[in-house]
Design a protein around this ligand. Structure first.
Ligand SMILES: Nc1ncnc2c1ncn2[C@@H]1O[C@H](COP(=O)(O)OP(=O)(O)O)[C@@H](O)[C@H]1O
Ligand SMILES: [Mg+2]
Length: 261
C-alpha cells in the first residue's frame, strides 16, 4: 500500500500573493482511496492548496502531479480531462440561484462537451445523485428555498454527478455553518462515498469533529507548512502547541488584543 503511487502529489509547492507567502514548499502525497483531511485556521491557505490540485491556481515554485502526470504546467485545454475526474465541493457551494436543484446538479455534465450522455441520461444520473444525498424530493426547488445543509448536499450531489464517477472529490469546508447533526450527515456521506464508490477525498476543514470522523490521514497547515501529519487520534494526543490549541479550540497567545494600553 505504502509504495503504491499516490493519486495526487505536491512537491515543494510554493505560492505567494504579492509579499504574502501562503504555501511554503508544501509536500503532500494523497493515498488512493483514502480520506486526507487538511485542518488549519481561517486564512492559512487551505482553499489555495485545493485550487492547486485542479489548476485553478498555479504555484510559483514546485510541482503538482495527478496520477503521476505533472499538471501544474498544463494549459486550460489539457486540464479538462483531469478536471472531469475530480469533483469539487466549493466552500460557498457555488450553486446557481436561477436554476433548479436538478439543473444545478446536471449543469457540469450539460456544459461538458466530452460527456457522452444524452439529456435524459444526464437527468437520470443527476436524480440518482440527489437520492444518494437524500434530496430526491427537492429536485424542482431552487437554492434560495433550501437550508444551508441542503445546499451543501446539493453541492455534494453535483460533485459526484459525473460519468464515469469522479476518482477524487475535493471538499472545501463541507460542514461549515451546519449544526452538529447536519454536519454528521455530511461526514457520513463522505465516508459512504469512500466505501461505496472508492473515491479518494481531500477534505479541508476547521471542524475537528469532521477531521476525526472522516480522516484517515490528517494534516495541519500552519504558516505555509504542515506542522502535523498523522491519524486523527495522533493529532488529538499531540504535544505540538499550535496543533494542541487548534484541537482544543483555544486562541493563540497573539490572537487576543488587550483593550487597555
Ligand atoms: N486570489 C487571491 N489573491 C490574493 N490573495 C489571495 C487569493 N486567494 C487567497 N488569498 C489569500 O491567501 C490566504 C489564504 O487564503 P485561503 O486559502 O482562502 O485560506 P483558508 O485556509 O481560510 O481557506 C488569505 O490571506 C487570502 O486572503
Ligand atoms: Mg477556505
Amino acid at each position: 500500500m505504502d509504495n503504491e503511487q499516490p493519486i495526487i502529489e505536491l512537491r515543494g509547492v510554493t505560492k505567494a500573493f504579492g509579499r504574502q507567502l501562503v504555501l511554503d514548499e508544501i509536500d503532500l502525497k494523497v493515498a488512493r482511496g483514502r480520506n486526507t483531511v487538511i485542518i488549519g485556521r481561517s486564512g492559512t491557505g487551505k482553499s489555495v492548496l485545493l485550487k492547486h490540485i485542479v489548476g485553478l491556481l498555479r504555484p510559483q515554485r514546485g510541482e503538482v502531479f495527478y496520477e503521476g502526470q505533472r499538471i501544474d504546467n498544463l494549459g486550460e485545454r489539457a486540464l479538462v480531462p483531469i478536471r472531469r475526474q475530480i469533483g469539487f465541493v466549493f466552500q460557498l457551494n457555488a450553486l446557481f440561484d436561477s436554476k433548479t436543484v436538478i439543473e444545478n446538479v446536471a449543469f457540469p455534465m450539460t456544459e461538458n462537451s466530452t460527456v457522452r450522455l444524452d439529456r435524459r441520461q444526464i437527468h437520470d444520473l443527476a436524480r440518482k445523485c440527489l437520492s444518494m444525498v437524500g434530496l430526491a424530493e427537492f429536485e424542482h426547488k431552487r437554492p434560495a428555498e433550501l437550508s444551508g445543509g441542503e445546499k451543501k448536499r446539493v453541492a455534494l450531489a453535483r460533485a459526484i454527478a459525473l460519468d464515469p464517477p469522479p476518482k477524487v472529490i475535493l471538499y472545501d469546508e463541507p460542514t461549515a455553518g451546519l449544526d452538529p447533526q447536519r454536519s454528521d450527515v455530511i461526514n457520513k456521506l463522505i465516508r459512504q462515498l469512500q466505501e461505496q464508490v472508492h473515491v479518494t477525498s481531500i477534505v479541508v476543514t476547521h471542524d475537528m469533529k469532521t477531521a476525526a470522523e472522516v480522516g484517515d490521514q490528517v494534516l495541519m497547515l500552519w504558516n505555509g507548512r504542515f506542522i502535523a501529519d498523522g491519524t486523527s487520534k495522533e493529532l488529538l494526543n499531540t504535544k505540538e502547541p499550535h496543533v494542541r490549541r487548534f484541537v482544543e479550540g483555544l486562541a493563540e497567545p497573539g490572537d487576543i488584543l488587550t483593550l487597555t494600553a
